[in-house]
Design a protein around this ligand. Structure first.
Ligand code: 5AD
Ligand code: SF4
Length: 450
């Protein structure tokens, strides 16, 4: 560990704010950075402009990521013309760190997603007037250098796996997050227990390819994500386990079976397909076909018929014809997603697809995105309507707008609002009595003891 005992010096920042963009893993990383800085004696500030140190925890996955970072940096200038100490972290830092340092003199630190455990030492450098960059992907893991988890709301994220070896031709992740690594079993069980002690009732296991996680359990047996989830299910006060994001080719038999056998594993599967055309899937270097994907979903539904399915779609990948796009709409019709994310293709610098022939015009992409989102919204509403009359658990996450109203999530990850005197973190048995396009209403039947 670097010597950061002087972090309390007056010249050093006393307060900080972290702004995370992008995926859930960035949210997790932002929390870990906050814990790290707090352990160094700094205090989190609410008003972003007032903080001595601002960390922009950036995302590089789509459109205009870098432009957004520059405009965010510009907005950090205070009314009196001074600027806080600015650190750019996350995936844009990894991909464009040098350029940012050259173009934005007010940025004093650039730190990649695998190096943020070194932030305290970098802050000391920066406070002493030396700009610091660290975009190493060191072999030792940052996780060992982070403090124990002490704070958690009812739902928590836990990164179990990072990076990607799949090299889909549109995607920057293999370049920004590095190759696939799995965190060790014992460290994960420990972190999960700490989160539960701190109040978590639901843990979402995170990874760019979360179902590629593998490790050795406490008896030295090789296990996959299903084995990890089985052990986590033994933590008494943990009520729910989720995981995201999965890759179709890493979906093994044990994980499918776990959806029937592990009562704490929620009936929800986010399994991106990206396109409904085999030709496009091949150009994307996805290692599945439409048929293999559909067979996989059939197997999951066979063991867990009520499972809510979710996915990711890209429209306008280079060379996508009207017919390819029509095949994507047909796949959506056939699957009936409970929800899904959809994006316009965005050429990412350095990825193979960025220089492919047949880049699609913006107006064509816009129309395809609209059509695709209409199909997804229709199916989401249908899924919500089909939930009417069902009984399910709801984990209360926050207060609603109305007096006495609370909001939580169903087992299928739908937002549910209901009138109750339950408090945040309570688990209720609820009957679903209202279904809208984006949320449900329910009536409390009972409290569930966790
Ligand atoms: N353009 C558009 N969408 C992308 N995604 C990843 N890379 C790109 C890109 N270059 C989407 C994929 C992925 C999700 C996290 O973001 O659908 O599953
Ligand atoms: Fe964005 Fe991907 Fe980095 Fe997450 S891993 S922040 S989605 S670029």
């Amino acid at each position: 560990m670097p010597d950061t005992s002087n972090l309390r010096d007056a010249a050093l920042p006393q307060t900080f704010a972290i702004k995370s963009f992008g995926c859930q893993m960035n949210v997790y990383d932002g929390e870990r950075m906050a814990e790290l800085l707090t352990a160094q004696g700094m205090t989190a500030s609410d008003g972003r402009a007032e903080a001595d140190l601002i960390v922009l925890n950036t995302c590089h996955i789509r459109e205009r990521a870098v432009d957004k970072v520059y405009s965010d940096i510009g907005r950090l200038r205070r009314e009196d013309g001074t600027v806080p100490l600015i650190a750019v972290a996350g995936c844009v830092a990894q991909a464009e760190g040098e350029e940012i340092m050259a173009r934005a003199p007010s940025v004093k630190m650039v730190v990649g997603p695998q190096a943020y455990h070194r932030l305290p030492a970098m802050i000391a450098e920066a406070a002493a007037g030396r700009r610091a960059t660290d975009t190493d992907m060191p072999a030792e893991t940052k996780f060992d250098a982070l403090p124990r988890r002490r704070k958690s709301g009812p739902t928590a994220f836990l990164t179990v796996q990072e990076g990607c070896d799949k090299f889909c031709t549109y995607c920057v992740v293999p370049y920004t997050r590095g190759t696939e690594i799995s965190r060790p079993f014992a460290a994960l069980v420990d972190e999960a227990k700490a989160l539960v002690e701190a109040g978590a009732r639901e843990i979402t296991l995170l990874g760019q390819n979360v179902n590629a996680w593998s490790g050795e359990d406490d008896k030295g047996r090789k296990v996959g994500l299903a084995g990890l989830a089985e052990t986590l299910a033994d933590i008494p006060a943990l009520a729910r386990i989720r995981y995201t994001t999965s890759h179709p080719t890493d979906m093994d038999d044990a994980l499918i079976a776990a959806h029937a056998d592990n009562p704490k594993l929620m009936p929800f599967l986010h399994l991106p397909v990206q396109s409904g055309s085999d030709r496009i899937l091949k150009a994307m270097n996805r290692s599945h076909t439409v048929e293999s994907y559909r067979k996989l979903l059939d197997r999951v539904r066979a063991v867990r018929p009520d499972i809510a399915l979710s996915g990711d779609f890209i429209v306008g990948f280079p060379g996508e014809t009207e017919d390819d796009f029509a095949q994507t709409l047909r796949l959506i019709d056939a699957v009936g997603y409970a929800q899904a994310f959809s994006f316009k293709y965005s050429p990412r610098p350095g990825t193979p697809a960025a220089t492919m022939d047949g880049q699609i015009a913006a107006d064509v992409m816009d129309r395809r995105l609209q059509d695709l989102q209409a199909a997804i919204n229709r199916d989401q509403h249908a899924f919500n309507l089909a939930s009417m009359g069902r009984r399910c658990s709801v984990l209360i996450e926050r207060k609603g707008k109305l007096r006495g109203q609370m909001l939580g999530k169903s087992a299928w990850l739908q937002s549910v609002h209901l009138m109750t005197d339950a408090t945040i973190g309570d688990l209720l048995e609820v009957e679903i009595t209202l279904a809208g396009p984006n949320s449900l209403g329910g009536t409390e039947l009972a409290r569930v003891a966790v």
